[in-house]
Design a protein around this ligand. Sequence first.
Ligand code: HEC
Length: 136
Amino acid sequence: MKKIAILTTCVFAMFAVSSSFAQTVKKTTTVKKTTTVKKTAPAAGGKVSAATLEEGKQLLAKNDCLSCHKVDVKIVGPAYKDVAKKYPNTAVNVEKLTQKVIAGGSGNWGDVPMSAHPSVPPADVKKMVQYILSLK
Ligand code: HEC
């Protein structure tokens, strides 16, 4: 009987040691994730013809954008010049913001959400975003 008790204690002790050991291993192997933001990304999104930019400008007026946005003053949404300051004019940012305008949502400028624009053709949204990011 005494043997069993000792054995049980032993097993418990081993379990305790191994689990704390496992925790230590887990802690020491945690890899710190670092994201490198490329500040000098190529302005691939900026290579757009003047005609496309003009089209983008007109599309902003044709859609509901200007009821919440102005070029240099914040209304409901951020001023387009502030958007252009925040995001360098790259292909990646053009794509990201195009998706955001289509899906709508909040979080990047505050808690007020932008309405979704699922019925605006993505190619049109892209032109509008290219125009916005060309504003400096
Ligand atoms: C109902 C008001 C409203 C309308 C209409 C609207 N927006 Fe917005 N927009 C916002 C708000 C609010 C934000 C800030 C969202 C955030 O905090 O992430 C925003 C953000 C943006 C941004 C920056 C997104 C980001 O994640 O930083 C772009 C670009 C933009 N709008 C373009 C447009 C375009 C183009 C249209 C028209 C197709 C449009 N908006 C229509 C309210 C609106």
